[in-house]
Design a protein around this ligand. Structure first.
Ligand code: AMP
Length: 424
């Protein structure tokens, strides 16, 4: 029999790597708590119709689609927003707005596998439903900053734009929505030449070409340039002013590194306003991205509900932590092996193991029926800190032997003092 492999683009996370993921997820959940987000757990499998409604051609073409045994066309979720939007328009329909919703889990896209790009990957996802204000945009950016900072990431920068600038120009120039989406998709991939070729009118092309050139490290200067450049396009100007307000709010409260790129676009079609991504200098791929999508809930049959959200790529954050050699603080708990000297003392030994666990000590109980010497040798290999050796003689005095494996020192300790002694 050949050894089985994971499906291409999907991975096993083992030991330390699994720990890193759990650590990131715990921090994301903590951030959700701090910012007042309620967790929602939705299915991995959703109706194809729901997932393909508004996600954009790019993602539509990469979904894992299948028919279930009841003949339903379904797919593995390629992102969380569609599911969260579904919940908003159904179970949470009558809840007072705004809703702040958090989800974390795996999503699936048939991307070409490479470093930082997988077919099953993890996202932590935050959505605010019901506010059209720049304050909501600012909160999404700030909670993302909180997550990156608490994880200990260094030198990360936010790339921020407003899709309304590009859409505003294209709309006013009469470019149809399908062409607009195709243009934005090319711009997302930085294929500016291809994007420009899709535009029929010379005037529109020149206008967009000029916009592409506006970018810079000084965000204040760049947004002002954008606002003046699009002064003749009402909706684009509103979008630029909105971006200025959001950035003011964000930077007045927190110190962030921000770059503004007028031609910045993102793959998902449903964005209507502010959009952003996070980068670190060591990686070319984004650690997370999000933006405002004011029309999606309506498209799903709900009341008109402005919304803004972000998805953090946990696999990429793990790569970033590794690239920056960030040490994830070990919990500092000692590991203990509990061993009985004789068969007859197994029960007593298990009782002591249970008492230690109740006191918060990590215990690996001997479950292989090995002799003492073998069991100690194994405990050494698995980097156990202490062996608790349960013997007849000590037990009669309410004690056990505590052996520190590194120093090989052995002392008799009263069972009632054992947990405190191990925890130091
Ligand atoms: P999106 O849902 O496309 O806005 O992506 C949000 C974040 O998910 C990105 O910034 C990445 O960090 C992460 N991401 C997207 N696609 C992949 C992938 N194929 N593998 C790993 N992470 C991904």
């Amino acid at each position: 029999m050949p050894a089985f492999q994971t499906v291409r683009g999907m991975r096993d996370l083992i030991g330390e790597e699994a720990q890193t993921f759990t650590h990131i997820i715990a921090n994301a959940r903590k951030t959700a708590e701090l910012y007042g987000f309620k967790e929602v757990i939705t299915p991995h499998v959703e109706p194809l119709e729901l997932l393909s409604a508004k996600s954009g051609e790019e993602i539509r073409q990469r979904m894992f689609i299948f028919e279930d045994l009841g003949g339903r066309k379904v797919a593995l979720r390629p992102e969380f927003t569609a599911s969260v939007a579904r919940v908003t328009t159904t179970a949470l329909r009558n809840e007072p707005k705004p809703l702040r919703l958090f989800s974390v889990g795996t999503v699936y896209r048939y991307d070409e596998p490479q470093k930082g790009r997988y077919r099953e990957f993890w996202q932590s996802n935050f959505e605010i439903m019901g506010s059209a204000k720049p304050e909501a945009d600012a909160e999404i950016i700030l909670l993302t900053n909180n997550l990156m900072a608490t994880l200990g990431l260094q030198g990360y920068a936010f790339k921020i734009g407003n899709i309304g600038v590009l859409r505003g120009i294209l709309n006013q120039e009469g470019v149809d929505e399908k062409t607009q989406n195709a243009v934005l998709q090319q711009m997302d991939k930085k294929e500016y030449e291809t994007a420009l070729k899709l535009l029929e009118s010379e005037k529109t092309r020149q206008m967009i070409e000029g916009l592409i050139k506006i970018k810079g490290k000084d965000w204040q200067d760049t947004v002002q340039q954008i606002a003046s450049y699009v002064a003749g396009y009402e909706k684009a100007k509103t979008a630029a002013d909105n971006l200025i307000e959001t950035l003011k709010l964000v930077t007045e409260s927190t110190n962030l590194t921000i770059t503004v790129d007028a031609a910045f676009a993102r793959g998902l079609e449903y964005y209507t306003g502010m959009i952003f991504e996070i980068y670190i200098p060591q990686l070319e791929i984004a650690l997370g991205g999000g933006g405002r999508y004011d029309k999606l809930i309506e498209a799903f049959g709900g009341e008109s509900t402005p919304a803004v959200g972000v998805a953090h790529g946990i696999d990429r954050i793990a790569i970033a932590l590794q690239a920056q050699k960030t040490v994830i603080a070990a919990k500092g708990t000692k590991k203990v092996a509990v061993l009985a000297i004789t068969e007859a003392l197994k029960g007593e030994a298990l009782k002591i193991a249970q008492q230690l666990r109740a006191a918060g000590v990590t215990v690996e109980f001997e479950i292989m029926g090995r002799k003492m010497a073998k069991a100690l040798e194994d405990a050494d290999k698995r980097k156990v800190d202490y062996a608790v050796i349960v013997g007849e003689r000590e037990l009669t005095e309410g004690a056990v032997m505590l052996k520190e494996l590194v120093s090989r020192q052995q002392t008799t300790v009263l069972i009632k003092d054992l947990a405190a002694r191990i925890k130091g």
